[in-house]
Design a protein around this ligand. Structure first.
Ligand code: ATP
Length: 879
């Protein structure tokens, strides 16, 4: 269907809808059944059975299964069956972990689901975009992401960025004119808005002509790419590390096998032990656990109102050294209230609940409502008042003085709107009164408006704006701003007869200043403490705002953001500074005021050049480049546009600064936890390999049989490691400086800890084995049981040490109930295989006596406590 060629009447007929009322609910329901949900189909998921089978495709596991078959052929049925059973259990565990990771990532996608404003039964309502159907009448605003193919019926200076579809990143101007030609390329169908593209400015009403896979986007069958699932730097580094670890483990294992055979151990036994050892030593579960921990962490972040759009952001959050935050709504509550009015006759402050008196401020109050998007939307749609909080405050102030919106809009008609944008910092309308007289009304930042003003209204007459009068206004602005009030000025100009305005710059000249309103926007109460916590975590908070320098400074001081020595810099000062000055300024600046989105981009770049990892917030279309340029772009969930959200890595559901702090805290914790279980798993593996290596080198019998090795791998690498990933944050998590993005996983002595603890675990196991063998040279099974128990217990004690970067004494050991639970169950399983007669022949174990247990536990505690003692000694000396 060539939608671009149809007229509105034809469109209404074909799509069976009336533009003025939209579809009825029942029509929409029927169409939903017919056309399905408005979404693109996703790539087919890997079926569960395949995911399960994939757990066994690992080379070493296949070798192990091969070796097991050989042992079955040699008649070792019990051994063979047990190994198969353990391998199966291992596979199930891996499968559960991967499945969980997959599911939690899927849940994330749903959160990012967009909404759409449609007309149903004559009313504008907001619905999830997936519920939109062909024939729906929709409204689009600058900043929206288009979720269906839409033929535009009316447009108001609309541009759209269609690069997702056409590759052309320059915005296309849209119109509602009918196009004549049939074969118009998509990029030139200017009366259409396509799914997947972004409205960069203006607003429009249109009718949906296609949804889901029938849209142009659906047709080129770009299956949804999962931005959420992109790999984090750590995952990439681990993949690289994985190959090194595997090679290392294989070399050592081969060494064990070769030396063992040379020492006269039976060939087949050594091969099976070697393969088992390799399976145990290769941390194949690592990537899956990392994903699960990342995904679970991301879910915890959601609970704290932070939605992660790109997984790598989780890690980058932990490296953030600067947060550039918007003021309005993020550091403040965005609950504006006008508390002061100024015009040449004087200033009036409002006491708590009372309204303003109309007498001397009627023009100021009325004009601030005429030039007001929220007021226009309200009367047009007869809905509850909603919109921008600055504008709502202006409406409330006018209403408090007894001015009625309905009466005002029945006396004046708004003919043209040049909407507010944070670059221009003002909004202008052309209105006409009942007598046919037209005039321009502009409201905006007072200092900006003054540049466009030549006269000032005094006692109903336009007087020349002399230098003294201008000075007076500046003083009034400063007076209001230093009380932390946000200021808005109103100016106007009657149009000459027959004067028509197309260009906004032609409208906004020779204006007459009417007055100013000052509004408070109280800081969010929790922000002060959050800024303080960020500071002790080595993270600097910088306020970036479009507001006046003094207003910004007053609020910044109030929330403890601006220290005594801190500087406040305006966008203009920043622009004019040399590169060198900018670098110097950056060290001391805490507030950027009156900035434009373009300045934001420049600030991010300079901060990054100075070596900072920058988190930057934003909400408007123009903020998107800065959000993309930042290390972590953060968009506002409530007030943010789709364009900003699209460009961001993190979305704050509640627009609240302290949510950024929580996300950083969580980001640091996730990274710490990943390091914890890497440390634990690797130290355990080093211990396992070394005990075998030492034994063969000393020409002793093998301290562990293959089944024991596999069993240890299963019970120690599985649940306890997972539980470490869920550990609580360490107390000093937000007291240390951010880590460097290039820092190695093994930084801060972790490599040494892994090797030293691993070495000790291997050593004490060997000592236990040798002691037992020395006492009862003919009881190899007993010595092996002791070695097996020491190895398990040493790991289960060491797991508590891995919770802290200091020593085991620094944290209450049993805080993490998952860890305590998994350790207890692992101990229970150990006791089970040692004491139950049916398991004894399977696991080659015997029951141990009390004195043997004392030996086991004493030796098992050494790797953790010996070095903790050394550490304690060191810190005491330091103190
Ligand atoms: P941020 O959200 O980045 O902290 P901000 O919300 O204060 O800053 P802007 O919204 O860009 O920044 O506003 C800048 C200035 O523009 C305000 O100080 C005010 O004077 C003026 N202004 C804000 N909203 C409007 C509006 N709806 N109409 C006219 N002028 C406005």
């Amino acid at each position: 269907m060539n939608w671009h060629q149809q007229s509105q009447e034809e469109l209404e007929k074909i799509l069976n809808v009336t533009a003025s009322t939209g579809l009825t609910k029942s029509q929409a329901k029927k169409r939903m059944k017919q056309h399905g949900l408005n979404q693109l189909e996703e790539k087919k998921k890997i079926p569960s059975w395949l995911l399960f089978l994939r757990q066994f495709q690992d080379m070493m596991i296949l070798l192990l299964i091969g070796a097991t078959l050989v042992s079955a052929a040699l008649g070792e049925y019990i051994d063979a069956l047990t190994i198969v059973f353990i391998v199966l259990l291992n596979g199930i565990l891996g499968f559960i972990q991967e499945n969980k990771a997959e599911k939690s990532l899927d849940a994330l996608k749903e959160l990012a689901s967009p909404t759409m404003k449609v007309k149903r039964d004559g009313h504008w309502i907001t619905i999830p975009s997936v519920e939109a159907v062909p024939g729906d009448i929709v409204k689009l605003y600058g900043g929206d992401k288009v979720s269906a193919d839409i033929r535009l019926l009316s447009v108001n200076s609309v541009s759209a960025e269609e690069s997702a579809l056409t590759g052309e990143s320059y915005p296309v101007q849209k119109s509602n004119d009918r196009l004549k030609d049939t074969n118009v390329p998509i990029g030139e169908r200017v009366n259409m808005a396509f799914a997947g593209t972004l409205v960069t400015k203006g607003d429009a009403v249109g009718v949906i002509v296609a949804t889901g896979m029938k849209t142009e986007m659906g047709k080129i069958a770009h299956l949804l790419s999962d931005s959420v699932k992109s790999e984090t730097p750590l995952q990439k580094r681990l993949a690289h590390l994985g190959t090194i670890l595997i090679t290392g483990a294989l070399i050592l294992t081969a060494l064990v096998v070769i030396i063992g055979i040379m020492q006269g151990q039976p060939f087949y036994k050594m091969i099976l032990s070697g393969v088992s050892l390799a399976v145990a030593a290769i941390p194949e579960g690592l990537p899956a656990i990392v994903t699960v921990v990342l995904a679970l962490g991301v879910q915890r972040m959601i609970k704290r109102q932070a939605i992660v759009r790109h997984l790598p952001a989780v890690e980058t959050l932990g490296c953030a050294s600067v947060i550039c935050s918007d003021k309005t709504g993020t550091l403040t509550q965005n609950k504006m209230k006008v508390t002061a009015l100024w015009n040449p006759s004087g200033i009036t402050f409002r006491s708590s609940k009372k309204g303003f008196s109309k007498s001397s401020y009627e023009n100021l109050l009325s004009f601030s409502v005429l030039c007001n998007q929220a007021a226009m939307d309200t009367t047009e749609e007869n809905e509850n008042v909603q919109g921008d909080s600055t504008e709502l405050a202006l409406i409330e102030a006018a209403q408090s003085a007894g001015i009625s919106l309905n009466r005002l809009f029945s006396s004046y008609r708004v003919e043209k709107v040049f909407p507010f944008d944070s670059e221009r910092k003002r909004m202008t309308v052309i209105v006409r009164d009942k007598m046919g007289k037209a005039f321009v009304v502009t409201k905006g930042a007072p200092d900006v408006l003054l540049d466009l003003t030549t006269t000032i209204m005094e006692r109903g007459r336009a007087e020349k704006l002399s230098a003294i009068k201008k000075e007076n206004i500046y003083r009034a602005i400063e007076d209001m701003a230093s009380r932390a009030l946000r200021t808005i000025a109103v100016a106007y100009r009657p149009l000459d007869k027959g004067e028509t305005i197309k260009d906004v710059t032609k409208a906004e000249k020779n204006l007459s200043f009417i007055g100013m309103e000052g509004m408070i926007d109280p800081p969010r109460p929790e922000v002060k403490e959050a800024i303080q916590e960020c500071r002790s975590a080595g993270i600097k908070t910088i306020m970036i705002t479009g507001d006046h320098k003094l207003t910004a400074a007053a609020i910044a001081k109030d929330i403890g953001l601006l220290p005594e020595y801190g500087k406040v810099v305006t966008g203009r000062e920043w622009e004019q500074a040399s590169l060198q000055d900018k670098r110097r300024l950056l060290q001391r600046v805490y507030v950027f005021a009156r900035v434009s989105p373009e300045d934001k981009l420049n600030i991010v770049r300079e901060l990054r050049n100075a070596g900072h990892v920058v988190a930057m917030t934003g909400d408007g279309v123009n903020d998107a480049p800065a959000l993309k340029a930042a290390d972590i772009g953060i968009a506002m969930g409530k007030t943010g546009t789709d364009v900003a959200k699209e460009a961001a890595a993190l979305i704050l559901r509640d627009d609240n600064f302290s949510t950024i702090r929580s996300a950083i805290k969580e980001g640091r914790n996730i990274y710490d936890n990943i390091r914890k279980f890497i440390r634990y798993m690797l130290a355990s593996n080093v211990g396992e390999i070394l005990v075998m290596l030492f034994a063969v080198m000393l020409g002793m019998p093998l301290p562990l049989v293959p089944i024991q090795i596999l069993w240890i791998n299963l019970i120690t690498d599985g649940l306890p490691a997972m539980a470490l990933g869920l550990d609580q944050p360490e107390e000093d998590g937000m007291k240390r400086p951010p880590r460097s993005a290039s820092e190695s996983i093994f930084a801060n002595g972790m490599g040494w800890k892994i090797i030293s603890r691993g070495f000790l675990i291997g050593l004490v196991t060997l000592i236990g084995f040798m002691t037992s063998l020395h006492e009862q040279p003919n009881d190899l099974i007993r010595a092996q049981t002791i070695a097996f128990s020491i190895l398990v217990m040493a790991q289960l004690i060491h797991v508590f040490d891995c919770r802290t970067s200091q020593t085991i004494f620094d944290r209450p050991p049993f805080e993490n109930k998952y860890l305590t639970g998994s350790v207890l169950s692992s101990i229970l399983l150990l006791v089970l295989v040692i004491y139950t007669p049916i398991f004894q022949p399977i696991f080659h174990t015997v029951a141990l006596s009390v004195s043997e247990w004392i030996l086991v536990l004493t030796l098992a505690a050494i790797p953790t406590f010996a070095l903790a003692g050394q550490y304690l000694f060191k810190t005491e000396k330091k103190e």
